[in-house]
Each structure stands twice: as structure tokens, then as C-alpha cells.
Design a protein around this ligand. Structure first.
Ligand code: GLC
Length: 442
């Protein structure tokens, strides 16, 4: 990339501006707290700039870990200004929540193992082993929690209880499930009385971002309603399962988990730690179980309903994540790459769209319902390299960097025009730009 040095400096400036000391805000106005998978992506880029700062980004996640091992998707700022956010979650209703910080009560994709290994790769061996040891208990107890709490039938696939856990908040497989289940009466009443527009006026996110680039107000209310139900059950999965509207074995999450487990095994070996036998068994099961999400009729992977075991045949960016998992056959990987090459599916001028263009749900600027995001591109680039598609990986790296160079460090981008959408000065866009420039051949 011709402009790479300048792009690199601009990316570093975004991370610096969003740095709060202990952690980096995903975006100052929209997301002032610490988010789990954001910090992982941020550390992956930050390691090229300041290794100690990258370590701190991950170490600071430890303060939010619950006693049962859960890593929450949000650790809240301890600032009177944000009391409403903390009160909304009330993590203190759970006996497992930490005492000194308020957090959410749900998790996010398990990117931590990848981030630990990436940061470790920038160190010499003795320091790397020490680094692994510093993070080992956090990582091990998190993976143990994922299976003990979220895989109650020992199927190998971890279940999610809220769309925010997927990281792709309003992704179509989840929003279709939301629509298929009856909305609570208070939301239906607002809808019937045409009051959703009025409720929308109170939204903080749409003060700085056009409303058609975010969730619909109906989706937001439905998500708040699920969150309220989880809070009433003190975020205890066994209680939640008895009354949940729907629970999903999500493809994006479980694909990332397959890879995370591999990293966990690598870390354990490097520091001569034993992985408890139950966890090893679960790890092996997950690799196999991912294949149960394959649909031979459409030639794609999908998420699955935990109760009915029906595949949720709504295509989204998750379709391509088994490439990143790395456990699928070369033949399946080739089938996925064909979808990526198809201009009516995942191959517009600025790929990879979060929903294929052929889907009726596709909207070029609406959040996780069409736009291109840099973090999912990063995961796909990694997967393409693993399966030997280096030309595809180079091309995707180049189009990603070009898009960011022209449109700035946006939260997401229109896949047809490459234009910026959502918030700006977005940390993971900046961090992963740095990593793409530093780690990939273009
Ligand atoms: C949005 C994204 C989520 C991200 C968070 C903070 O909720 O959907 O993936 O972690 O913002 O950036």
C-alpha cells in the first residue's frame, strides 16, 4: 500500500485518543466503557506500537472476570456520569460478580486466546512464557465456564442467551428469531399505538448516527426486554434456560471458540500446564460438532436453535467464520470461498458484507445487516491464509486498507461504495489496520 506509513500514523493517533489509561474505549461517544472482544482486537494491533500497553489492554479484563469464570462483554467506567448504564445491568444481583467494578452479565466471542497468543508472538520466548502465565488462570477459567454454564447437554456447541453475546448484535439469524417469537405485550402496545418513533427520540446512539445505520427501535426494545429477563434470573444460565424465549448455538461464536481452544492448548503446552480432562473432551467435541451446523442443501453453515436443533437458515457473515475456525475440510473451505467470490453474495467492491447482497435483509449501511466491518475481514483474511488462499487474503487485505485509507476509521463501511457509516474513530478499525499493515503481505 502506497499510503501505508501515513495510514499507520493516523491509526496510531486514533488509539492514542481513545486510550483511557487502563483500557481503550471502542469509540469515545458511542462506547465509553471497556468491551471484551474490542479489547482483544485492540491488543492485536497495539502490540506493534507498544507491547506493554497491549498487555495492559488484556490484563485489565481480569478485573471484570466473575468468580465463576465468566468474562463480561462490558466493564463499566466507575464515573457518576454512567450510573444509569451500571444500574441497567446491576451485575451485583449475581453472587459471582466482582466487588470493585460493575459489569454486564453476558459475554462476547472468545477472542481472548487469540489476543494472548498474538501479543505473545511479539515477545522473546522467556517473556512470552511469563506473559502466558500471567493470563493462564483467566483464560482457563473462562473456557471452563463456557462449557460448564453454556453447554449443559455436553454437545460441544456453546449456547448464547442474548444477541449482544454474538458481537454481531442485530445479525439476521437473531433478528428473525426475535421476530418469530411473540414480542412482550408492552412492546406490542407501543407498536400498535405508533409510539415507537417517540421512544426512539430517547435513544443516545442515534443522536450522533443516522437512525437507518443502527438497530430499529423495535429491535432495541426487544433486546432490552431480553436483558431484563436475564437480570431477573441473576444471569444464572440454568434459571434462564427454563424461561428463555430462545437460545442459540451461534455459528460465529462457536467458530471462534474452535480456534480459541486450539490457542489455549498451545499456551498450556508452552507453560507445561495440564488441561483438565473434561475440558479436553469438550474441546474435541466442539471441533466435531461444528460440522453439525453444515446444511448440505444450501452448501453453507448456519447457527442452530438449542432446543429444536433446527438450523436457522438465514445467511450472514457467520457463514464464512468456519474458515477462521480452521477445523473444516479443504473441500468445505473451497465452497465458502466461492461465496466470497460471488458478487451477488459476499463479493461486492468493498467486501466482506455482514449480510450477502442477495439476502432480503441486506441494507448497505445498517449496522450488522450489510456493512463491511474490519474485524470480520481480519478473521476471514486469517482463515483464507490457513486454507492456502493467499491471493484472496492479499486482495481482501488491500481492499480493506484502501477503504479505511479513503473513508477513515469508521465503525463500518458501505460494501458497495466503501463510504464510512456508524461511529468514527473506531478503535478496532484502527488497531486491525495496524495489524494488517504490519503482518500481511500486500
Ligand atoms: C457494538 C458491536 C459490538 C461491539 C460494541 C463496542 O455493540 O456490535 O460487537 O463490541 O459495539 O464496540
Amino acid at each position: 500500500m502506497q499510503d501505508a506509513p501515513d495510514l499507520l500514523d493516523r491509526a496510531k493517533a486514533v488509539l492514542e485518543a481513545n486510550d483511557c489509561g487502563e483500557y481503550t474505549m471502542p469509540a469515545p461517544q458511542l462506547y465509553p466503557h471497556q468491551w471484551l472482544w474490542d479489547s482483544c482486537f485492540i491488543a492485536i494491533g497495539e502490540r506493534h506500537v507498544d507491547i506493554e500497553r497491549a498487555k495492559m489492554e488484556l490484563l485489565s479484563l481480569q478485573r471484570g472476570q466473575w468468580q465463576n469464570g465468566m468474562l463480561p462483554n462490558i466493564i463499566f467506567r466507575n464515573d457518576p456520569h454512567f450510573r444509569a448504564d451500571r444500574d441497567f445491568w446491576r451485575s451485583w444481583v449475581s453472587p459471582f460478580a466482582p466487588d470493585h467494578v460493575a459489569t454486564s452479565g453476558i459475554t462476547q466471542p472468545p477472542m481472548l486466546a487469540e489476543a494472548i497468543v498474538s501479543v505473545g508472538a511479539s515477545m522473546a520466548w522467556p517473556e512470552r512464557r511469563q506473559w502466558y502465565r500471567q493470563m493462564w488462570n483467566t483464560l482457563l477459567s473462562y473456557h471452563q465456564w463456557l462449557y460448564s454454564e453454556r453447554d449443559p447437554h455436553q454437545e460441544g456447541l456453546v449456547l448464547l442467551v442474548h444477541p449482544w453475546e454474538v458481537g454481531l448484535d442485530n445479525t439476521p439469524p437473531w433478528t428473525s428469531e426475535l421476530a418469530n417469537h411473540q414480542l412482550p405485550s408492552w412492546i406490542r402496545a407501543l407498536q400498535t399505538l405508533h409510539l415507537l418513533g417517540l421512544v426512539g427520540l430517547f435513544r443516545r446512539d442515534t443522536r450522533s448516527i443516522p437512525v437507518d445505520e443502527r438497530f430499529s427501535t423495535l429491535e432495541v426494545l426487544a433486546m432490552f426486554d431480553i436483558q431484563r429477563r436475564l437480570r431477573r434470573k441473576a444471569y444464572d444460565t440454568s434459571k434462564i434456560l427454563d424461561h428463555s424465549l430462545f437460545t442459540i448455538e451461534d455459528l460465529n461464536f462457536n467458530s471462534i471458540l474452535v480456534r480459541a481452544n486450539e490457542h489455549l492448548e498451545h499456551i498450556a503446552k508452552s507453560i507445561r500446564e495440564d488441561i483438565p480432562p473434561e475440558l479436553s473432551e469438550s474441546i474435541a467435541k466442539t471441533r466435531e460438532a461444528l460440522e453439525q451446523l453444515w446444511d448440505p442443501y444450501t452448501g453453507q453453515y448456519y447457527s442452530r436453535d438449542f432446543i429444536t436443533h433446527h438450523l436457522l437458515k438465514e445467511p450472514s457473515i457467520a457463514t464464512l467464520m468456519p474458515l477462521y475456525a480452521g477445523s473444516i475440510s479443504q473441500e468445505r473451505a473451497e465452497q465458502l470461498v466461492k461465496l466470497l467470490e460471488n458478487e451477488h453474495q459476499f463479493g461486492p467492491p468493498y467486501p466482506v458484507p455482514s449480510v450477502p447482497l442477495s439476502s432480503p435483509n441486506f441494507h448497505p449501511k445498517r449496522y450488522w445487516q450489510g456493512p463491511t466491518w474490519v474485524n470480520t475481514n481480519w478473521l476471514i483474511i486469517d482463515g483464507l491464509r490457513r486454507y492456502g488462499f493467499h491471493d484472496h487474503a492479499d486482495a481482501l487485505t488491500e481492499s480493506t486498507l484502501e477503504m479505511v485509507d479513503h473513508s477513515g476509521f469508521a465503525e463500518y463501511f458501505d460494501p458497495n461504495s466503501g463510504e464510512a457509516a456508524g461511529g468514527d474513530n473506531f478503535s478496532w478499525t484502527a488497531a486491525l489496520t495496524i495489524d494488517l499493515i504490519k503482518s500481511n503481505k500486500t
